[in-house]
Design a protein around this ligand. Structure first.
Ligand code: NAD
Ligand code: ZN
Length: 361
């Protein structure tokens, strides 16, 4: 038999899905608590600080709650600071880390859980399979749907030189709780941008050269759910249930394939201008008719239907050094380009072509 090299995908082993399921968190954590001295650490997006459900979380006397700021997307330095704070809180290792929030908060929780058992800075682990030791047991509870961060094997971070995830088998959550009620408070525009991240995951997976039946099946279902939500007339509650599953399926799809042109360019925008992932992807995707024509057209219909307008002229006034950094960051994402354009992608995607695309945004 010829040798093969298929990916042995590590997925999240346990999942609860359903309205109000966040109330089962206490039960889940009970089985992880070792003794009264070891804390459970809750990292919660500070946008939720005053929410009634936060007061009902199963927090014990020795536990630590940190309301994290995601005003900017997660930085390696912030992960290091949070890990230091957890270490300073107790000389015992936490029994669990619980991340509650959008993709940024979930990535912070994943990264902090990794950094509590691995030496050095989070920046040392940006890349593929650099993590040496298993992380602390971790639970993810999304409050936005679309990134797929709840299921992926990466924690995307901006470091001193690059925006790149900690991609490893130790990164995924051990447990996720998908409670669509938690999406209720999401502002309409943010909900749309994050959901479009999911739609774009599907489009980039399906058009990519890495596509296979596993990734295709998940991408197709995920995109269908997005269509039902943004082109149909579903009540908000039903729509949120569908969005949560769309995000999960989209995450699984790219976990066994890869994203493409939009994500590579969006990472460059984000690194230089701080543009957030969801809206950044929307801005870029809107200029990618040459690569994903049918999906870009459908995306515009969804935007129109939901009266979403995107900022323009983002790169106006950017100097050459800024463009060069943006191009460098985008071009460094080899697997994304190879998926999108094949192994000879460099012949097509030259720095000049990327600059021309950026200049239109
Ligand atoms: P986010 O987590 O950055 O949050 C965006 C905004 O929405 C923030 O202001 C946040 O406070 C707010 N918010 C979150 N939930 C809310 C709620 N229920 N009600 C009201 N406000 C709420 O947004 P996101 O789009 O979910 O995540 C983007 C991040 O995810 C980026 O950092 C990106 O790099 C990362 N990402 C990770 C993966 C992965 O596989 N790990 C994949 C894609 C993107
Ligand atoms: Zn994405």
């Amino acid at each position: 038999m010829p040798p093969t090299n298929y990916r042995n995908l590590r997925v999240v082993p346990r999942l609860i899905f359903g309205r109000g399921s966040v109330s089962q968190l206490g039960q889940l954590l009970t089985s992880q608590r070792t003794d009264a001295g070891s804390p459970v650490v809750f990292l919660i997006d500070d946008v939720h600080e005053e929410k009634p459900w936060v007061r009902q979380l199963p927090v014990h006397a020795n536990d630590l709650i940190i309301f994290v700021s995601v005003r900017t997307e997660p930085k390696t330095q912030y992960v290091d600071e949070l890990a230091e704070r957890v270490r300073g809180f107790s000389n015992r290792r936490p029994d669990a880390i619980v991340g509650i929030g959008g993709g940024s908060t979930m990535d912070l929780a994943k990264a902090v859980a990794v950094m509590l058992t691995n030496p050095g800075s989070a920046a040392d682990y940006q890349g593929w399979d650099l993590v040496k030791y298993p992380a602390i047991y971790k639970v993810g509870v999304p409050t936005l749907a679309g990134t797929g961060a709840e299921v992926s094997r990466t924690a995307v971070l901006t470091g001193p030189v690059r925006k790149l995830g900690i991609n490893s088998d130790y990164t995924p959550f051990d447990q996720i709780v998908l409670d669509p009620d938690l999406l209720e408070s999401a502002p309409a525009d943010q909900r749309f941008y994050t959901a479009m991240d999911c739609y774009i995951h599907g489009a980039e997976a399906l058009h990519g050269t890495f596509i296979n039946e596993f990734a295709r099946a998940h991408a197709e279902k995920s995109m269908d759910l997005c269509r039902e939500v943004f082109l149909g007339d579903l009540p908000r509650r039903e729509a949120d249930e569908k969005l949560m599953i769309a995000s999960y399926f989209g995450g699984l799809s790219i976990a066994y394939s890869q994203v493409g042109v939009c994500h590579a360019l969006s990472y460059g925008l984000s690194f230089v201008l701080g543009t957030r992932h969801g809206i950044g992807n929307c801005i870029v995707f809107n200029h990618l008719d040459d690569y994903y024509p049918a999906e870009v057209a459908e995306f515009r219909r969804m935007m129109e239907r939901h009266q979403i307008s995107l900022p323009e002229g983002l790169t106006r006034g950017l100097d050459d050094a800024g463009f060069e950094t943006m191009i460098r960051v985008a071009l460094s994402l080899d697997p994304l380009w190879e998926n999108a354009l094949g192994p000879r992608w460099r012949e097509h995607m030259t720095p000049e072509r990327i600059r021309a695309l950026y200049e239109r945004m």
